[in-house]
Write a new protein. Structure first.
Lengths: 184, 407
């Protein structure tokens, strides 16, 4: 693992991008690494495009400025590709994990992974107020695609944060995503 | 001791819980609000045995906390920016009455225009009030400094209220690992509350009626004496905390890689972490640079700074707050402390109103300053403005053609 990995999540307000960043950081800390997670610092509205960030390192993280050049980008909403430049600042050779059945038209020197997170969330009953909740699903895909944290650590965090039945559904969906994520 | 991933605001709440605070009063304001939300949740669940008072304004929030503290309760409040300005009158009352009390200030820019992002204008605006004022760099330090604040404030040599600053969003809403001490450990380390007097319906003490001018003068003088005593107490408390909990921070200031340094970047708050990252970049090129991180702006670490500066050629100060018509706040303090030395000083105002400043900016600015001192021998430049990136090099009227404006 690199000394410092910087990750940016794209989602919509209410989809759980900030929670995903937090769960990722928590999982990394449980593995003895250092981590930070933070939202975009502003007023956010349900449904509007949002971003959240995480840093993971083998050393204590002292830097507090914004992440401008992420190593990894995770996109929770397949409709965002038309609205937001999701590869903005993504390092050459960087990794993009997309909630999409096929490559959403990403060009450039990136490794692109796809997972039908919406489909998995619907099948596994991860629906709140009619919205599929894909954040833990995408973390499963991220874990498999990058290996930055293990599925076990993610499952441990999810179990500690949610009631048992909710946690079980999320872990199940996360594992399903890890099995089906593929390069695209 | 479990390590948990916590936001800075939740680290404050954990510290308040562990310090067994009895009365909490606050009014919501971004980015402070989640401190009060967490404390209310703790009280509701019964893990915190405290009265949580919802009041109608920040002026009342501090008035309530101050009143509870005067009556003998360990009390706490928290605010940000406009909330802090609104309570400013009571900030003076609490310190002038010598009532131990702790307040978290989640630092945030002041409007207009409306802005919820970080700078230090709000907390620096309190510097003459008689409060002890600390500013943390990391979430772990936020927790540690808050617990320490109660012991410092309630030390009979001090008896002054303490403000703990944590940077809005950059710490308050950022999750990072925090080692949370056990209740038993904190109980053993933090003594029961002490205070100079307790106001009860029976007590024969009044605070706030008209006094003799000479007596009032001597009360002011005694506050200053207590501030000076606080320098020693803050160091003692930091060392004692280190012995018990394994973490100490250097007292009034932290000197990072100062041992062999010729130059230092001086600043306060979370961006000190970015400056430390810049120091690694500079050192890889052979520049011997350290970071002087001011942990307490009151009492001001005058003696420590003089001692460190005697070994340095130059200090570049980064201010996240400015006294309009004068200089950055820290630059003014540093200049008056070091006026009789031959050290080179530059003051750079940056990162106001939430404008991001990362390692690259510290690297570039420090390197340019060092090169200039090495060439010229002595430099005193109190006023550089590091403008936001898109306002640099525009070549428009005003001739802003460089990264900064020199005045």
């Amino acid at each position: 693992m690199e000394d410092l990995l910087e990750i940016r999540f794209h989602g919509r307000g209410g989809q759980g991008a900030v929670t995903a960043a937090n769960i990722l950081a928590d999982a990394a800390v449980r593995e003895g690494k250092y981590a930070q997670a933070f939202p975009h610092f502003g007023a956010e509205r349900r449904g509007a495009p949002v971003v959240a960030f995480a840093r993971i390192s083998t050393k204590p993280i002292e830097v507090h400025s914004r992440i401008e050049r992420p190593d990894i980008v995770v996109v929770l909403d397949s409709m965002l590709f038309e609205l937001v430049d999701v590869t903005s600042g993504l390092k050459r050779g960087g990794i993009l994990v997309a909630n999409s059945k096929r490559n959403p038209g990403i060009e450039g020197d990136y490794k692109v992974y796809c997972v039908d997170a919406t489909g998995i969330a619907m099948r596994k009953g991860l629906v709140v107020s009619g919205w599929p909740v894909v954040n833990t699903v995408m973390l499963g895909a991220l874990s498999k695609a990058t290996g930055i944290v293990s599925l076990d650590s993610l499952a441990e965090v999810i179990s500690s944060r949610f009631p048992e039945d909710v946690a079980k559904r999320n872990i199940d969906a996360m594992k399903s995503a890890a099995e089906s994520v593929h390069t695209c | 001791m479990p390590v948990k991933v916590l936001t800075g605001n939740h680290a404050v709440a954990e510290a308040v819980r562990l310090s067994r605070v009895k009365v909490i009063a606050a009014y919501p304001i971004t980015p402070q609000t989640t401190i009060m939300e967490k404390l209310s949740e703790m009280a509701d669940k019964g893990v915190l045995d405290a009265r949580v008072l919802r009041v109608e304004s920040e002026h009342s929030a501090l008035a309530a906390a101050y009143a509870a503290a005067s009556a003998g309760a360990r009390a706490f409040t928290a605010t940000s920016s406009h909330g802090l300005l609104y309570m400013h009158e009571v900030v003076w009352w609490a310190a002038g009455s010598r009532i131990p009390l702790v307040m978290a200030v989640v630092t945030r820019a002041i409007g207009p225009p409306w802005n919820i992002h970080v700078d230090h204008q709000d907390i620096m605006d309190q510097r003459d009030t008689g409060w002890i004022i600390g500013i943390a760099q990391e979430n772990q330090e936020v927790l540690d400094m808050t617990i320490q604040a109660f012991r410092i404030s309630e030390d009979p040599r001090v008896y002054l209220p303490v403000m703990i600053g944590l940077d809005g969003f950059i710490l308050s809403h950022t999750s990072a690992p925090v080692d949370i001490p056990s209740q038993d450990e904190v109980d053993a380390w933090l003594p029961p509350r002490r205070q100079p007097y307790v106001i009860t319906p029976e007590s024969k003490i009044v605070m706030g009626n008209i006094s003799d001018d000479d007596e009032h003068f001597m009360m002011r003088y005694s506050m200053h004496v207590a501030m000076n005593e606080a320098k020693r107490v803050i160091k003692e408390v930091d060392e004692s905390y280190g012995k018990t909990f394994g973490r100490s921070y250097g007292g009034l200031l932290e000197c990072y890689k100062c041992e062999d340094a010729d130059y230092a970047i001086l600043l306060a708050g979370s961006w000190a972490g970015d400056a430390k990252t810049a120091v690694e970049m500079l050192r890889s090129e052979g520049y011997k640079v350290g970071v002087i991180r001011i942990r307490f702006i009151r009492p001001w670490p005058r003696e420590e700074l003089l001692e460190i500066a005697s070994r340095l050629k130059g200090i570049i100060v980064f201010d996240r707050a400015v006294s309009m018509g004068s200089t950055g706040i820290l630059l003014g303090e540093v200049s008056s402390t070091l006026y009789s030395t031959k050290i080179s000083i530059r003051g750079t105002i940056a990162g106001l109103t939430g404008v991001d400043v990362g390692p690259e900016a510290f690297y570039t600015q420090a390197k340019e300053f060092i090169e200039k001192v090495e060439q010229q021998g002595h430099v005193y430049e109190p006023l550089h403005w590091l403008l936001p990136p898109r306002y640099r090099r525009r070549g428009k009227p005003g001739k802003i053609e460089r990264a900064e404006v020199v005045m």
